[in-house]
Design a protein around this ligand. Structure first.
Ligand code: IPM
Ligand code: MG
Length: 371
């Protein structure tokens, strides 16, 4: 398959992690005979510095004409600490999502046996947790009208949703549930918010088309608690933009590190693949950032084009690396590897993927030829 992939490394650790994903995708192309072409473009603070625009036209054009976008991370402390900044890196990402029509953000959360004790949550609570969050990505309070009063003493953000916006992501979430454990939980705040009541009504109607999917509802405050108390109860979570943002960071605690959580943002025409973590400015250039969230996002890119064997090869390589402790310091404190080394290791594994049996208990570093 021939794919044109726009690469938007962005800020902070974005460039170093994205570089590892490109490396892994190139290994996939070699191993499985594909032709992937990568074109880089500026976004975020990096783009503001050079062009005073967090999403330059050239970047948007490239994304529109590419088959997929691989996105790194966005954000810089000099904007976070300046509430008066008129231009912010995050605007680049939000505009990109909106312009490309990426209305569904899909965030899978799972555990790895080897990492169960990394989580601050008890092993017995999280073992077996396996869910996917469908977060609405182009509506709600993120995109509603915003204003600050002239005297600067009050401000407002409007939360708006239309039936159509709810409809299109709800169908995707129901279909995902059918491929999984047939359970869908709508997370909202229908006891308080009008928009949440619209979500409930719309989703209940759509549910009739999916009689094999069990639908339940949770208020977001309760959902936040349940996520920690009993995460194995969740299969597919469907929720609006802001709740999904918050819940997915919370859910990352289950897997042991936010550095493992990947995402796909899809629309009717375009698709973008990005880790859920931010730009982690304190780690920039230190080689300590975990590239796995980005690499697993690249696996979701492969899935998107039905390159299932290829995507599975990437996921299998990640499992092997975790099994063998070839991990960055967020999950391997004692004897950790750098961002680049983890990328190199995964790249090497892809080439040999057919010869690797993850269930082999004897598997250890000494027997691997790759490192
Ligand atoms: C995310 C991020 C973004 C969001 C930020 C960087 C604007 O937190 O992708 O979850 O809030 O959507
Ligand atoms: Mg977030």
């Amino acid at each position: 398959m021939k794919l044109n992939i726009a690469v938007l490394p962005g800020d902070g650790i974005g460039p170093e992690i994205t570089q590892q994903s490109v490396k892994v995708l190139k290994a996939v192309a070699d191993r499985f005979d594909h032709e992937f072409q990568f074109d880089d473009a500026l976004v975020g603070a990096a783009a503001i510095d050079l062009l005073e625009n967090p999403l330059p036209e050239a970047t948007l054009d490239l994304c529109h004409k590419s088959d997929a976008v691989l996105f790194g991370a966005i954000g810089h402390p000099k904007y976070d600490n300046n509430p008066d900044a008129k231009v912010r890196p995050e605007q680049g990402l939000l505009k990109l999502r909106k312009e490309l029509g990426l209305f569904a953000n899909i965030r899978p959360v799972r555990t790895y046996e080897k990492l169960l004790d990394q989580s601050p949550l008890k092993r017995e609570r999280i073992a077996g947790a396996d869910m996917v969050i469908y977060r609405e990505l182009t509506g709600g309070i993120y995109f509603g009208e915003k204003s600050t009063a002239q005297d600067g003493k009050s401000a407002q953000d409007l939360c708006f949703y239309s039936e159509e916006e709810i409809d299109r992501i709800a169908h995707l979430a129901f279909k995902a549930a059918q491929q999984r454990r047939n359970k869908l939980t709508l997370v909202d705040k229908a006891n308080v918010l009008e928009t949440s009541r619209l979500w409930r009504k719309t989703v209940k109607t759509i549910a009739k088309e999916y009689p094999d999917v069990e639908l339940d509802f949770l208020f977001v405050d309760n959902a936040a608690m349940q996520m920690i108390l009993n995460p194995t109860q969740f299969d597919v979570i469907l929720t609006e933009n802001m709740f999904g943002d918050i819940l997915s960071d919370e859910a990352s605690v289950i897997g042991g590190s936010i550095g493992l959580l990947a995402s796909a943002s899809v629309g009717n025409k375009n698709a973008m693949f990005e880790p859920i973590h931010g730009s982690y400015p304190q780690a920039t250039g230190k080689g300590i950032a975990n590239p796995v969230a980005s690499i697993l996002s690249a696996a979701m890119l492969l899935d998107h084009f039905d390159l299932t064997e290829e995507a599975n090869a990437v996921r299998k390589a990640v499992e092997v690396s975790i099994q063998l402790n070839v991990c960055t310091q967020d999950i391997n404190k004692d004897n950790h590897y750098t961002t680049e080394k983890v990328g190199d290791f995964l790249e090497g594994l892809i080439a040999e993927i057919d010869n690797i049996n993850i269930n082999d208990e004897n598997m250890n570093l000494g027997q691997m030829t790759i490192i």
